[in-house]
Write a protein that binds this ligand. Sequence first.
Ligand code: HEC
Ligand code: HEC
Length: 327
Amino acid sequence: MRELKIFAIVAFFSLLTYYLVEPYAHHEMHKKVDTEGNEIHSESHGFKYDGKPDIAEAHRAKNKALVESKTAFWADVAKIGQLKGNASAGQSHFASCAGCHDANVNMGGVIPPVLDHAGAIYDKNYLIALIKDPAIASNIDHKYKDTGNHPMGAIKFMMPDDQSIADVVAYMLEHKAGEVTPKEAYEEACMRCHAVRYGKLPQLGDTPKFKHEKDSLAHKIKVIEEQDRVKAYMGKLPPDLSIMIRARSEHFMKTFVENPQSQLAGTSMPRVGLSAEGYEKVEAYMVSTGDPSKAKREAVGPWVILFFVIFTILAYLWKKSQWKDLH
Ligand code: HEC
Ligand code: HEC
């Protein structure tokens, strides 16, 4: 009986530390405050894009004009979200997207991503905002005097009215969705900027197998040239993401992708606008390339626990048999 009591006490304090004390200490030590001492919440918004964090950022910066313009922008986005989009009308507008997005050439710093699964990986509200103004939607408008100078900025002049935006988004949600693999999601959302060395996936996509050393070197040079363009556009070369998912906590990764400014104020990385499902796919790709043995390791877990359970029972029986004559 005594052993059981000791065990219960140890278990109680371990659980207390694990579930209450440690998270509390973590929260206190990682508190983020702005220059005024107000706590900044870098909480996930569930991959919903309604502009609230952006407006809060403008408030913190005490920029009244910015608060007003962002409030108006996201109110417009919400309004367009209410319109009923017509997918077949949206198809003709989508042709103007494809003009840039299917060309596979660098435009102003990056290669516009393939949009084959845009309706599956991006949030609907975000897509509306992006087509209205890519720089404001991705929360990097501070980089531009005139947000029309964003490499996709010309889109503003291609959409005649709000209904056309609703239509082209409806078209994507209907026809550019479908099953998407983790790798495809990653390629469409992150690859134009980040390389994944472990996955042999630089900004130009899968590295072909070359027969001749010369061709292989020529390809390497092309990759370096592309990285130079990305670097000039972003101010620095975005880091390789091979092991980033292991280096950063899950919480960090999630909230960072949702709104990079929340964790790294002033960063040039745009908000990507993934939906919760889209992020899950991208995360799955990063986990599988960065930590290929994870699934195997996790499969071993239950067996280890089972071993300890059996071992405990045996030890207990053994102890009982040893002590039974000692009174
Ligand atoms: C003038 C060329 C151009 C046109 C036209 C254009 N885009 Fe883009 N688009 C780009 C570029 C360049 C990027 C990458 C920008 C970046 O990453 O900084 C981009 C990025 C995107 C992204 C990823 C954005 C993100 O935040 O992850 C989506 C989605 C997208 N475009 C959708 C569209 C849709 C839909 C249309 C048509 C309604 C369209 N684009 C029209 C050039 C264009
Ligand atoms: C248009 C270019 C661009 C795209 C697209 C992009 N990133 Fe980035 N990313 C950057 C840049 C630039 C940095 C470096 C930021 C800095 O140090 O200010 C960065 C940094 C990061 C970091 C490191 C943050 C840190 O703490 O150092 C992570 C993690 C990251 N990106 C994840 C992603 C993921 C995941 C995606 C796709 C969902 C993505 N990025 C898409 C440009 C991009």
